[in-house]
Design a protein around this ligand. Structure first.
Ligand code: DON
Length: 568
């Protein structure tokens, strides 16, 4: 795919900024997507070609994978505004060359004025629009704090890492057909949910090849470049966020912003057939559910049954059902609720969970009212490996499509609608159809439960996979499938990522399959008693494999979007 240079006047500054650097250059007016690459030194795979290239630029300037992850995320905040962000939050999982595994939690928090029932009407019924649209839907953004917390493990100055993003925002970049469609589809909501003009709305429809310039965002990024975290959480930007809240009846305050902290948490690690899986602990449910599912399949000959065989699919559906049921019941922010993590991960407990598994016969979930899964692509994942042996996996999000669709006036960035990831009322499904209980109820300062599952696989302490995906509730099952596709079914990185996926999340009690899923497998599942529902794309998985024989990095960018790999 090629996005054409329309006119190149404004770009001179950016090209000359990059021209001093060897190797990679950013060409924001003329770039292509690369779906699969094999490279010797370093690789970055993300949702946008320019963001992947910004990461490689940093690797080539002597930065490590953590530096590249910071630069890539900041570039995504510009070139992939629907999900890349500075107004949202995320998780970073990394394996460092010194052998240490780290995770950084920069999940948004509920503002201090948030209350448990803030999205219920006087009769106690949920007003779901309030947790999804506009000012009240936003949690306190964590991304900038997370990037600075990550920077402790980087090598280059932060001011250098933010530079590509500033240039892209200031000079603009050519948008893809998909981005043009997304902006056009969201136009009415942008108009409805904003109190000031935004760069995302123009008089005539967007089309592929148009240039998106974001001077207000560039100014905000420059403040961060000059003042560090205070450039976002204090002073001019914080004032703009609070003024925006006041105009739109939001509740976030200067104190909420100043008090926000990213947290370093102990990585969740477990063994799977001689490999070590390193993944995200709470407040993501992803790591716990992934470990539960991997442990529940471990004792079955799933590899022998084969990729998408009825036996393998049924087993995977049944372990997914059980893990998601536990998620709904038990999981929430561990700083606020007691979660029985070790019990949930005990082999004996998981064996017991599978006691009623009947090969060839569909299980069933309790009949609880639950909503349909809304399809959305507004989270994003990036994977990076460098030549030093560092591997990074980051999943970052605004939650829904362009988050709350509210841009902070004159600051140029979108706020998240992550508050919807809380359980607004026990048993009431959120936008992904996920239900929860008290464990994930709203409380001031609390982090809402996530499904984001950035994951790294080690063999003899060497990172061999870095992967993750967006997709709301389907994130965990997509990472699970991609891992089994690789480790059990022997698929190439390209196939592990791109072959059609399926999903079960306990409630609703259906097996979702992507359009194009093979009919024989669907019929086999239906014959066992499963209800199968076809839906749109599941996930947009990014994966890097280190091939231990060739010593090369093989990066695969999901074909479901504009995702692109870069490397050298
Ligand atoms: O943290 C979570 O689990 C969700 N906010 C992720 C949202 C997402 O993946 C949207 N993209 N499809």
């Amino acid at each position: 795919m090629r996005f054409l240079l329309i006119f190149g006047v404004a770009i001179g500054g950016l090209l000359s900024a990059c021209a001093q650097q060897p190797g990679y250059q950013l060409h924001p007016y003329d770039y292509t997507t690369e779906k699969n690459i094999t490279v010797p030194n370093g690789a970055v795979v993300s949702a946008h070609p320019l963001a992947s290239q910004a990461g490689v630029l940093i690797l080539q300037q002597g930065g490590n994978a953590v530096d590249a992850a910071i630069a890539t995320q900041l570039a995504l905040a510009v070139v992939y505004p629907g999900a890349g962000n500075i107004g949202g939050g995320g998780f970073l999982v990394a394996h460092l060359k010194n052998g240490k595994n780290i995770t950084i939690d920069y999940r948004e928090t509920a503002p201090a004025k948030a209350t448990r029932d803030m999205y219920l009407d006087s009769a106690g019924n949920p007003i779901t629009q309030l947790s999804l649209d506009g000012h009240l839907a936003a949690g306190v953004p964590g991304t900038i704090a997370g990037l600075f917390a990550s920077h402790k493990y980087g090598k280059l100055p932060f001011s250098k890492l933010i530079d590509p993003a500033i240039q892209l925002a200031e000079k603009g970049y050519v948008i893809t057909a998909q981005e043009a469609k997304n902006l056009n589809d969201t136009r009415n909501e942008f108009l409805k949910l904003n109190t000031a003009p935004t760069a995302f709305v123009k008089d005539i429809p967007w089309k592929a090849g148009d240039t998106l310039v974001q001077p207000e965002l560039a100014h905000t990024l420059r403040l961060v470049q000059e003042k560090g975290m205070a450039g976002f959480y204090e002073g001019e930007t914080a004032d703009k966020i609070v003024a925006e809240m006041q105009r739109g009846h939001g509740i976030m305050t200067l104190a909420d912003l100043k008090n926000y902290t990213a947290k370093e948490r102990t990585a969740l690690t477990f063994q799977y057939k001689g490999k070590t899986i390193v993944t995200m602990p709470l407040p993501s449910s992803g790591g716990i559910c992934l470990q539960q599912m991997m442990m529940m399949v471990e004792n079955y000959p799933i590899g022998k049954w084969g990729f998408q065989s009825p036996e393998a699919m049924q087993l995977m559906v049944e372990v997914e059902r059980r893990a998601y049921a536990d998620r709904a019941e038990f999981l929430g922010d561990p700083d606020f609720v007691k979660v029985p993590v070790s019990k949930l991960l005990q082999p004996a407990y998981l064996k017991q969970r599978m006691a009623d598994y009947q090969p060839g016969k569909a299980g069933n979930s309790d009949q609880t009212k639950a909503g349909l899964i809304k399809e959305s692509e507004q989270t994003t994942h990036l994977s990076i490996m460098d030549k030093e042996g560092n591997a990074v996996a980051v999943t970052t999000t605004l939650n829904g499509h362009y988050g709350s669709r509210t841009v902070v006036g004159k600051a140029g960035f979108l706020l998240n609608n992550e508050m919807d990831d809380f359980s607004v009322k026990p048993g009431v499904p959120n936008m992904y159809g996920l239900v929860g209980t008290e464990a994930n109820a709203i409380a001031p300062g609390k982090r809402m439960l996530s499904s984001m599952t950035p994951t790294i696989v080690l063999q003899n302490n060497t990172p061999i996979y870095s992967l993750g995906t967006p997709g709301g509730s389907t994130i965990i099952t997509s990472v699970f499938q991609t891992l089994l596709n690789s480790l059990e079914f022997g698929l190439s990185p390209e196939d592990a990522v791109n072959k059609p996926k399926f999903h079960h999340q306990w409630l609703p009690d259906v097996v979702y399959v992507e359009t194009g899923f093979n009919e024989a497998s669907i019929q086999a599942l239906e014959a066992m008693g499963y209800k199968v529902v076809k839906r749109g794309p599941i996930g947009r998985t990014e994966l890097i494999r280190k091939n231990l024989s060739s010593k090369k990095l093989e990066a695969a960018a999901d074909k479901r979007g504009d995702d692109s790999a870069a490397g050298y």
